[in-house]
Ligand binder design. Structure first.
Ligand code: HEC
Length: 97
């Protein structure tokens, strides 16, 4: 038995399996605006940025402030004060009601 073709087929299968996973990890497109960098750097560690879009029909400005505080205080998100402020401003401007 020749082992090489089997190895080659295995490598192809692995490559095919990897492709769809990579497509799923395409970053969520949030609105381009000041503060987006801070959001992408701090809010994608534990869950998808989809959470922001899925929740955006609801929060008013006060709710977004509370949401950012909750991520830090309740869930332990390690976000600097200055970044948290930029993030809250961004969310209120772009995804607030
Ligand atoms: C330390 C981990 C962590 C980080 C970092 C984090 N979150 Fe969350 N977030 C969670 C958890 C845990 C939940 C609730 C559980 C779930 O539904 O998956 C959640 C849920 C949410 C929800 C859904 C509503 C809710 O309250 O459950 C929104 C919106 C949200 N996060 C926004 C953000 C934003 C904006 C940031 C950046 C400031 C952020 N998250 C950073 C852990 C985190």
């Amino acid at each position: 038995m020749n082992i090489l073709p089997a190895l080659f087929a295995g490598a192809l299968a692995a490559a095919a399996a990897a492709a769809p996973a990579a497509a799923e990890e395409k970053p969520v497109a949030l609105k381009q605006a000041p503060g987006l960098d801070e959001v992408e750097a701090n809010c994608a560690a534990c869950h998808s940025l989809d959470y922001i879009i899925m929740n955006s029909p609801f929060p008013t400005a006060a709710v977004w402030d509370a949401e950012v505080t909750k991520m830090i205080k309740s869930y332990g998100a390690p976000i600097e004060d200055a970044d948290a402020k930029a993030i809250a401003e961004y969310l209120k401007k772009n995804y607030g009601s």
